[in-house]
Design a protein around this ligand. Sequence first.
Ligand SMILES: O=c1ccn([C@@H]2O[C@H](COP(=O)(O)O)[C@@H](O)[C@H]2O)c(=O)[nH]1
Length: 272
Amino acid sequence: MTSQELTEQIFKKKSFLCVGLDTDLERIPTYLLSEKDPVFSFNKAIIDATHEYCVAYKPNIAFYEALGVDGWKSLKKTINYLHSEYPDLYTIADAKRGDIGNTSRMYAKAFFEDLGFDSVTVAPYMGKDSVEPFLEFTNKHTILLALTSNEGAFDFQTLKTGDDDLYKKVIKTSKDWQNSENLMYVVGATKAEYLADIRKIIPENFLLVPGVGAQGGSLEEVCKYGITKNVGLLVNSSRKIIYASDSSNFAEIAAAKAEAIQNQMAQELEKL
Ligand SMILES: O=c1ccn([C@@H]2O[C@H](COP(=O)(O)O)[C@@H](O)[C@H]2O)c(=O)[nH]1
């Protein structure tokens, strides 16, 4: 999906919500554990219930890899289900990859070609040649970690390198990479006030903003500093939505949580 198509979906659905599929066997309703593929059953129920309130889904790959081959199969079934039933929804593999060029190319093929995700998160630490193999793919986005939502972001990302904080240096440098129009950036909702400065460097690019919900980030603050005339935001919430209830009507409750966020987003869009 192109950035323009994603923007169209956002205005059509009055939502820039991304639902995180961080599916954990220890947190899903216990009655699902007797199913053949509990992870897929849970994801399917969440997707069916929440799809009208969001524009994107973001499985965090760690939750699937932790289950070995079974987890990878559940991931594949989930992405195939999204493609066949809800082809207008944008998909993000939150995998935080990046390696020497020829290895990055294999990661890119895994997520873009084999699994068919629209985007993948990538760590910038290994530099240009570790990221450009992802950027080569047409109509696919590479979402570069810029300023993450966790406390440890202050260990390195805000260190000064010359005149700039490291995260700003990452953003500025990456703008010169081949096919940089395919870049999006991760900025944590817990660091919303930083978005004002970030928007001075990248006024147009989409930002993936995790941290609303369980991590305490504020949607209002994110919009205050980060929204553009074309929105330019995908705000993710995972645990607060998908684990809102562990009873038999968990999907309905998740839908209500997603709808509440979507309503807030619709109000923000009206201000544009
Ligand atoms: O800076 C980052 C980058 C990625 N994440 C991921 O987003 C979700 C957040 O989940 P919540 O349950 O809504 O807190 C999760 O997959 C993280 O690994 C992030 O939180 N911060």
